[in-house]
Design a protein around this ligand. Structure first.
Ligand code: TTP
Ligand code: MN
Ligand code: MN
Ligand code: MN
Length: 368
């Protein structure tokens, strides 16, 4: 195999979107450590260091063997001295001193806690940390004026940080189907996100909704949200038309902006989408699992659900973008994409890869 330990780094594709990365991570000890350093860099808004740790971690995830010697990593794309030292320390001592001190630091612990709240990013978490807040109780007792998202994030913190199972995703799918088919019987609903990549759990459930006839999907998200709210109790909905720059991959963004310039319309780069929180009834089949610590009268779990309504002509791009992973979908650096003058219509993900002259990578190989 070209991937045998000590193989030339030439065997490792430079782009994450070309590395076949399954969920079978042979280097979890190393990638967990690098993830902590990446997070910490993010907390210090050090983008360069964040990317450096994330890239090396992503390469390690793609290797079909466990790294046992730092020498075998010589020439790995993007492997700097810092990462090399961290890996060497872990291989030799089992732990890395820097990682240990980061995980023990109050700043890292507090920012990790605060950013785990729905609606809270690094900037906000840091602000609260600087105001001497350290726990969720501190926040709840404070005078902070929370956004609507943050209020919900704090209220349902335990539920929202409990992983969503595939069985729960299936149950939510039924609810979404019922609401969607009511208004648009021919609609096609596709599970995207981590579940499409083969993950057994996720932090949310992502659905793409389209219709074979272009335009039929217009306005659907509002109706679906209203129906679901009346049926299962929707705790939060923020139905907006976000720009594609937020809602889909860089591929879509690049192509969309090209088309927009051409047609002078801004419709193209907007997907209807909604980040919601759904009440999932746990008596309906989740087997009561994970409900043990909840109050006796609470028979439901708050679950994050993303609904994205996509015109069929852009479905392949949206699917590629919303399948992720965040790292795997880094397709944006390909010059021949940006120099494209015309919008390339793709009926399937395979066509997008082919158009970019890339090998097709299946969803379950996109766990970079
Ligand atoms: P997420 O649901 O955030 O991540 P995930 O499904 O990979 O992981 P988890 O199982 O923990 O939920 O996003 C799914 C993909 O959608 C993500 O890889 C990137 C893409 N995405 C966008 O394109 N735009 C967005 O605004 C968001 C939030 C996600
Ligand atoms: Mn997801
Ligand atoms: Mn994830
Ligand atoms: Mn999501």
């Amino acid at each position: 195999s070209v991937f045998s330990a000590g193989a030339s780094s030439a065997a490792i594709p430079t782009y994450a979107c070309q590395r076949r990365t399954t969920l079978n991570n042979h280097n979890k000890v190393l990638t967990d450590a690098l993830k902590i350093l990446a997070e910490n860099a993010e907390y210090y808004e050090s983008v360069g260091r964040y990317l450096a740790f994330t890239r090396v971690s992503s390469i390690l995830k793609s290797l079909p063997y466990a790294v046992t010697s730092v020498d075998s990593l010589r020439g790995f794309p993007g492997l700097g001295e810092h990462c090399r030292k961290v890996i060497e320390e872990i291989l030799e001592d089992g732990v890395c001193q820097e990682v240990e001190s980061v995980t023990q630091s109050q700043r890292y612990q507090t920012l990790t806690l605060f950013t785990s709240i729905f609606g809270v990013g690094v900037k906000t978490a840091e602000k609260w940390y600087k105001e001497q807040h350290q726990t969720l109780a501190d926040l709840r007792a404070s005078q902070i004026r929370f956004t609507k998202e943050q209020q919900v994030g704090l209220q349902y913190y335990e539920d929202l940080t409990t992983p969503v199972t595939r069985a729960e995703a299936d149950m939510i799918r039924k609810t979404v189907e019922e609401a969607v088919y009511r208004y648009l019987p021919g609609a096609v609903i596709t599970l995207a996100g981590g579940f499409r990549r083969g993950k057994e759990t996720g932090h949310d459930v992502d659905f793409l909704i389209t219709h074979p006839e272009e335009g039929k999907e217009k306005g659907l998200v509002t109706k679906v949200i209203q129906h679901m709210a009346s049926q299962v109790g929707l705790r939060h909905s923020d139905t907006t038309h976000h720009q594609a720059i937020m809602s889909c991959s860089s591929v879509v963004r690049a192509l969309a902006s090209q088309k927009c310039r051409k047609q002078e319309t801004s419709k193209f780069d907007h997907f209807e989408r909604c980040f919601t929180i759904v009440k999932l009834n746990q008596e309906l089949g989740a087997g009561g699992q994970g409900a043990g610590h909840r109050p006796e009268d609470k028979h439901w779990k708050a679950v994050r659900v993303d609904l994205v309504i996509v015109p069929i002509s852009q479905f392949a791009y949206a699917l590629l973008g919303w399948t992720g992973s965040q790292v795997s979908k880094m397709l944006c650096n390909f010059p021949h994409l940006h120099s494209q003058n015309e919008y390339f219509s793709a009926a399937a993900e395979e066509e997008i890869f082919a158009h970019l002259e890339l090998d097709y990578i299946a969803p379950w190989e996109r766990n970079a």
